[in-house]
Design a protein around this ligand. Structure first.
Ligand SMILES: [Ca+2]
Ligand SMILES: [Ca+2]
Length: 81
Protein backbone atom coordinates (compact mmCIF):
# COMPACT_ATOMS: atom_id res chain seq x y z
CA UNK A 1 0.00 0.00 0.00
CA UNK A 2 1.27 3.49 -0.87
CA UNK A 3 2.14 5.56 2.22
CA UNK A 4 -0.13 8.38 1.09
CA UNK A 5 -3.09 6.00 1.12
CA UNK A 6 -2.16 4.83 4.60
CA UNK A 7 -2.15 8.45 5.83
CA UNK A 8 -5.47 9.07 4.15
CA UNK A 9 -7.04 6.02 5.79
CA UNK A 10 -5.78 6.91 9.27
CA UNK A 11 -7.07 10.46 8.82
CA UNK A 12 -10.45 9.18 7.72
CA UNK A 13 -10.50 6.82 10.69
CA UNK A 14 -9.57 9.65 13.06
CA UNK A 15 -12.31 11.86 11.62
CA UNK A 16 -14.85 9.08 11.94
CA UNK A 17 -14.04 8.19 15.56
CA UNK A 18 -13.85 11.78 16.82
CA UNK A 19 -17.17 12.58 15.16
CA UNK A 20 -18.79 9.51 16.64
CA UNK A 21 -17.61 10.53 20.10
CA UNK A 22 -18.90 14.08 19.66
CA UNK A 23 -22.22 12.68 18.60
CA UNK A 24 -22.41 10.54 21.75
CA UNK A 25 -21.80 13.56 24.00
CA UNK A 26 -24.52 15.53 22.19
CA UNK A 27 -26.77 12.51 22.60
CA UNK A 28 -26.16 12.34 26.35
CA UNK A 29 -26.64 16.11 26.63
CA UNK A 30 -30.03 15.85 24.94
CA UNK A 31 -31.03 12.94 27.16
CA UNK A 32 -30.09 14.85 30.31
CA UNK A 33 -32.07 17.88 29.07
CA UNK A 34 -35.04 15.65 28.35
CA UNK A 35 -34.93 13.97 31.77
CA UNK A 36 -34.28 17.18 33.71
CA UNK A 37 -37.91 18.16 34.14
CA UNK A 38 -37.35 20.74 36.90
CA UNK A 39 -34.52 22.33 34.86
CA UNK A 40 -31.94 22.44 37.63
CA UNK A 41 -29.26 21.18 35.25
CA UNK A 42 -29.13 17.62 36.56
CA UNK A 43 -31.08 14.40 36.75
CA UNK A 44 -32.36 13.36 40.15
CA UNK A 45 -33.30 9.77 41.01
CA UNK A 46 -36.99 10.74 40.71
CA UNK A 47 -36.40 12.22 37.26
CA UNK A 48 -34.44 9.18 36.15
CA UNK A 49 -37.30 6.94 37.31
CA UNK A 50 -39.95 9.10 35.67
CA UNK A 51 -38.05 9.11 32.37
CA UNK A 52 -37.28 5.39 32.51
CA UNK A 53 -33.53 6.06 32.42
CA UNK A 54 -32.49 2.61 33.59
CA UNK A 55 -28.79 3.17 32.97
CA UNK A 56 -28.73 6.32 35.09
CA UNK A 57 -30.91 4.70 37.76
CA UNK A 58 -28.73 1.58 37.97
CA UNK A 59 -25.50 3.54 38.23
CA UNK A 60 -26.85 6.52 40.09
CA UNK A 61 -24.48 6.40 43.06
CA UNK A 62 -21.46 5.93 40.81
CA UNK A 63 -22.54 8.70 38.45
CA UNK A 64 -23.33 11.20 41.20
CA UNK A 65 -19.67 11.89 41.93
CA UNK A 66 -20.22 14.80 44.34
CA UNK A 67 -23.13 13.01 46.08
CA UNK A 68 -25.57 15.89 45.84
CA UNK A 69 -28.40 13.65 44.68
CA UNK A 70 -28.31 14.94 41.12
CA UNK A 71 -26.44 13.52 38.14
CA UNK A 72 -25.17 16.26 35.84
CA UNK A 73 -23.91 16.02 32.27
CA UNK A 74 -20.40 16.75 33.55
CA UNK A 75 -20.54 13.80 35.92
CA UNK A 76 -21.67 11.48 33.13
CA UNK A 77 -18.98 12.79 30.82
CA UNK A 78 -16.31 12.32 33.50
CA UNK A 79 -17.26 8.66 33.88
CA UNK A 80 -17.37 8.06 30.14
CA UNK A 81 -13.77 9.15 29.64
CA1 LIG B 1 -33.47 18.00 37.59
CA1 LIG C 1 -23.86 15.31 41.42
Amino acid sequence: MKPIIKIFISLAFYWLTTNTMAFTVVDIANRVKELDTNKDGGVSMTEAEAGNATRIKDHFEKLDANKNGVVTLEEIKALNK
